[in-house]
Every structure is written in structure tokens, then in C-alpha cells.
Design a protein around this ligand. Sequence first.
Ligand code: GAR
Length: 193
Amino acid sequence: MVLSTGINRIRTAVFISGTGSNLKSLIKFSKSNKSPISIELIVSNNAKAKGLNYAKIYKIKKKVLNFKNKNLSENKFISYLKINNIEMICLAGFMEILSKNFIKKFKGKILNIHPSLLPRYKGLNTHERALKNKEKYSGCTVHFVNSKLDSGKIILQKKVKISKNETKNSLAKKILIQEHKLYQKAIIKVFNL
Ligand code: GAR
């Protein structure tokens, strides 16, 4: 796919594990004139991920992989990505940890979205922990992926105010709306557009 500026779009794979609302928002973004990326592949570690339906809806190739099976030939998967000319990977609610080897192979080309203001609340159950600690704010972060969990260079963050009667579900919803906006802004920033 070619950008209106004549530049080739970056062939991107999105990795998901669940609902895929970030995936859907990235697909919509990728179809806009301002997008530097085209989404060519959806990868999931979960065959039942709801987000896989977007492969059919938007006619995008999909691949389900059992990441827990350590015998799975990672090199074969890397080759598969290379054969499909995947240049960039966006993790979007992908709940599996990628191996050091994998990350090395795509160094500087993997982005992740995390539902907290990193470096606070790395890992799981971010909203519960933020509420338990009576934080006034939480938010979301888009960052490069390195070999340490949720620790790569931060690209962009968005702060979200925690209301008085906030629950983990209401906070998750509020943050998710911001995630959808933040991910595309971060991609534009990465490509300096
Ligand atoms: C999002 O809130 C994303 O930030 C989070 O999972 C949710 C996925 O929602 N990711 C992580 O917690 C990664 N550690 P989605 O499937 O609707 O995009």
C-alpha cells in the first residue's frame, strides 16, 4: 500500500489475546490517509479471541499460535513473519511475554500499549492496583518493547483522572477510549509524520 505522499506503508502485524478493541481502532486508522502503516496480519495466542473476527470483517490474514508450547519453533514463526514482509509489530492486549530472541529479531520495531502510566503498574491488574493505592490519576502508555516487561522507551502517555466512585471496570472503559486515540498518535510520532 502506498501513502498519499508516495511513501510505502509499513507492513504491520497486530498481536492480540482478547476483545481487540485496540486492533479495531488500529485497522480503522490504517485505512486513513494519515496512517504510515498497513495492517497485513493479526496474530493471536488465543484461538477464541473475539478480536480474531476482525480478520474476517476486514479481510486481513490471521495466525493463531500456541505460545505456551515452548517446542513451537519460534524461528519458524519469525520466518513466517519475514515471508509476509512484516516490518512492524503492534501488541494490542497481547497477554503473552515474547522471548528475548524474538524481541532481538524485531529490535525497535515492536510497540505495546499498556493501561497505566508506566513505569507505575507494570504487569497485570493495573486498574485494581491503582484504585487500591488511591491514585488520583491513571492512564495509558505506548512504548517500545524491550526484553524487560513493560519497560521499553516510552513514546506517549495519556493521563486519565480517577473519579470518586471509580470501579476497575469504569476505569478500564475510560482508559480504553484514550488508548484508541493514543496508539495512533504514537505511531505517527514514531514515523515523525
Ligand atoms: C487494553 O486495555 C490493553 O492496554 C491491555 O489489555 C486491554 C486489551 O483490550 N493490555 C495489557 O494489559 C497488556 N499488558 P482490547 O483487546 O479491547 O484492545
